[in-house]
Write a protein of this length. Sequence first.
Lengths: 281, 165, 771
Amino acid sequence: MYEVAQAGLIAASYRDIPPFPVIAPASVEEAVAAMADAEAPVPYAGGTDLCGAVREGKKIGTLIWLKRLDELRGVRVADGTLSIGALTTHAGGAGADAAGAIPGLAEALSKLGKMRIRLSGTAGGNLMARHTRYEMSILLTALGGTAHFASAEGEADLTAADIWERAEPPRSLLTRLSIPLAGDLRLDYDRSLRPLMTQALARWTDISGRPQGRAVIATEYLRPFALDLELAGTDAKGIAAAAYEALPADFADPASGNDWLRRAGAAILARQLARLEAARG
Amino acid sequence: MAERLGPRFDLSFTLNGASVSVSTTTATALADLLRERRDGRGTRLACERAVCGACTVLVDDVPRASCAVFAFEVEGSTVRTVEGMAEDGELSPVQAAFADNAAFQCGFCTAGMIVLTEALLARDPDPEEAAIRDWISSNICRCTGYSLILEAVRDAARRKRETAE
Amino acid sequence: MNDLPPLRTIGRPDRRVDAGEKVSGQAVYTVDIELPGMLHAKVLRSPHGHARIASIDASAARAMPGVHAVLTRDETAAIRMPVYGYFIKDQPVVATDKVRYEGDIVAAVAAEDEGAANRALAAIRVEYEPLPVVTDLESASDPDAAELFEEPPVGIVPKYGQGASGELRPRKNVCYRFSYETGPADAFADCDHVFEDVFHFSRMHHFHLEPFVCVADWSREDRIELWTSCQNPFPVRKEIARIFGLAENRIAVRVPYIGGGFGSKNGCKSEPIALALSRLAGRPVRFCMSLEEGFLTNTQHAAILKVKTGAMADGTLVARESEILLDSGAYSDGSPLVAEKAGYRIPGPYRYRHIKSDCYCVMTNTAPAGPFRGFGGTQTSWACESQIDMIAHRLGIDPCEMRRKNLIDLSEPFVPGESGMDSDLREGLDLVVRELGYRRRHELADCGPVKRGMGLAIGFKDGGGVNKPALARIKVSTGGDIFLQCGTAEIGQGAHTALSAVVAERLGADRSRVRYMPVDTDHSPFDQGTNASSAISVMGQAVDRAALAARRQILDFAAEMLDCPADELDLVDWKIRRGNEAFPLAPMIMGYYGGTGWEFVGEGFHKAQSTHAAPLEAPCVFWEIGWGGAQVAVDTETGKVTVEKLFVTGDAGRAIHPLACRGQDEGAAVMGLSQALFERMIYDGSRLVNGDALTYRVPLADDLPADFRSVTQEQGHGPGPFGAKGMGEGGMLPVASAIANAIYDAVGVRLTELPLSPERVLAALAEKNGG
């Protein structure tokens, strides 16, 4: 279930890449136009990831430098939806008042990466790197979030899970991540076993007032896997164990076997359920 | 209006308080631009993928891995490197604290750690222990086991506060 | 301890001599060296773990713009002896008939810049015929296993002393065996109990931040100038002379500051390729590997250690036999030397009547393993200190008492013919027990599924290297400026500081008067290398003697000038003191030697005296001991181990620079901590899964235990200047076993494989609880 690049046949360097034109659009409209017109456009924001990606073979035709697009920064709540601008840094998201709309979200964002990365790395860059080591997709999957893209063809969406399965629309730009604010939506993010295993738990109530939950388990080599929870009853361990029956038997990676991921994941999940229960008071 | 840069362009920025104007290319990393200069070798390159932080510099007061910053990004910006920390020829309080606490061994991560500490103390002059560990966890030191670095950061915070009083 | 007389420079908290340069960014490393017309080298590496090379076509690469030289087996055929290695010359400069691991170097290019070099490499066509791979230590010698070397490479077995022996190629896919035996084998018959246990040891990469890098200039036919990030400039000079057939006085090897090595920068790495390319191109060549290429160049030895120990019911140890398999990777590199040490150190710091050990270097289709901090001692301390605990529990004896009962006494030889123990081992153990609160461990509170426990361990190795000669020279100018010339490289350990301090102390000068001269084989006196924690214990003795020789000359000169016996005189701040009188030296020298002035030159030499009575042909220089203790919290639902307290202590003998000593112990301990808990190279067959900075996890500041402390003991028994012993490796040795022992104390399960991952803990708990 995991892929590993071949040993360094050639030690690629960022110095190998030939110079490229840079476009720094002043608005999303301009950015979309640049993505449509430029030769092999690559959007570029916080810069924490591209340098590694280039060494793994990513080509830059034209760099679309998004720095001036302040409209894509920040966290907002409107119409029952929380939006995280694609250029929001992890630190910026953690410090945004609006993040409080989902209890647990700000704290989760405040733990992503390390401080140097948190100050520059963006929500969009993290997601679009499609790196199993990165965390935004874990959070977004748990929270039932959607990634919104703009292109000359119009707007398009991908769910968090889709990101791993499908390419974004051609020549499109990720503009924001959105999370529907279902009733009393809360997040518990457990990094205590990182990088071996990371688990996010979202809990909300549906329109009929029934509690709903989704847990997402991820490892540094495996795409996040979502487990839907049956929250009837109050036995956290029972709920966790039942949910984990859905984890595929081949969900394992070079660092951890399935049995441990299953058992430790269920134990963590039970604690997360208890924490969320306690937090709801 | 969208701004455009050709593959080769003229770059102007402030480096350690002095104006710098150079002709460079869009594919040039800030780290390489700095290291080509006689006064920029203190910025060290190790992992070259923004993980280890040996090449950390301040770009408009934000600590960034300069291997992962294109030179064009600093147009009009203020860049500070380890060479720019000394004040009137004296080591900065952070540098002096690293020196006095032997918070280095091979020295390869030291410039990045010092720059990181400057950034931390600029934001939080009296950081809690958890904040110090959190910040210093941004960069890798393979030699010291970190304990002496953490002591140097605490010591530097004390020195800076005392100087400010 | 701590009642040693105060000295002027030794033991003072002065800044290290490299502090100013390193905190200001002025320090010069090999990566900073730039020569006019310098080209850049890059290499093409094998994507196969094991394959025959059918053909190499580099013609397109040769024709590419900016390319000045291409090196393949076609070019190395003209080199006098294009293979290298320590005891066994088996590693080709570039691959010839076969590739033996993923990452093996097949071709190299020197071009105007790295981009041009990499583009040229991409144009080289190599046809491989893949072969089956060997990755398993235990089945590597099976009849149906593939064979890495069908023909024996050139190799030597060094002369060993009493009880020790070595053998090249004792069996298929084993390049070397080291064995040691002492005492009667029938001692097992007298034992009340015999315990056999097997331990697995994981593999790390050194992860030195400065990559493997050199700048080679062989643009003139009979002159090589080489700047390299290398711990052993003189052995590398010798190896280059042999490979290329050049006289050693035609080769200058220069070592600026080294940005970390931890053992990896022993011996040839980047140098032969850069030199061969420089010769072909007629221009200087810089070869700087990426950090990822470091993983493919040198690693620690994974190991399987089978240990059989006989003991009496009262806990007295009687006999130990062991078999150790070291995963040496595809080329021998330093493996035979590591095998010597692993085979020799497996008894640990305890007394036995009979010891027998066999250590095998098993070749596999993985990156070459070589020297790594601890040098076999990490592997053996893991097994030894785990098993001592296991035996204590089996016999119902407190693990601390079990150790105390069997520890070698101060001055007692480790084995017959060896030097005596130069630390009071019980004193260090008692310190750990006190600092950790080990005797009150049963009072530790559990918290729901989280259980607490404590463990101890005593890491053990011989230090100072084997048969290691060192020379030093000290020059003192008319004005009292001191030049210290010796070959010890500053790799972070603080050697420049410590050695300068010794000189300053002996010459009654401020340390600032001493300049540590650049390491350059053309000018520095001979030294075997910066390794084995030997800087203060071996080179320190040479430097001390050189300083005393210079001092003697100065005092003799002054005695003649002042017409009095030299023993009435003292040297302080470049003045001669006689009673209450002070005589400045400069005018005396100028008056005697004429207006041009003079330099006093003192030389010093040290080598442990060879003797066949000592198993390794020379007695151990000093014993490097790392005592450690850990308190853990084990989450019995997830298996996660949190080290809440970690305490390590070493014995510096005399701490020449206490903060540098502390840094060595703590840096080593954190390396041990990460190996214990998570850090490892993960192989899937012959493919390294996590060979980059993002996925290979090294410890960060937030991995430190909440309570992490070290104490530098100064027991005063060391052989170095002022009673000093070496530092740098000891702190790593006890950590993994102390944590494993603490886990057992907490939850009653015994882990015998590193790392002590949550998965292994949980599996062991499940097994204990009946699945």
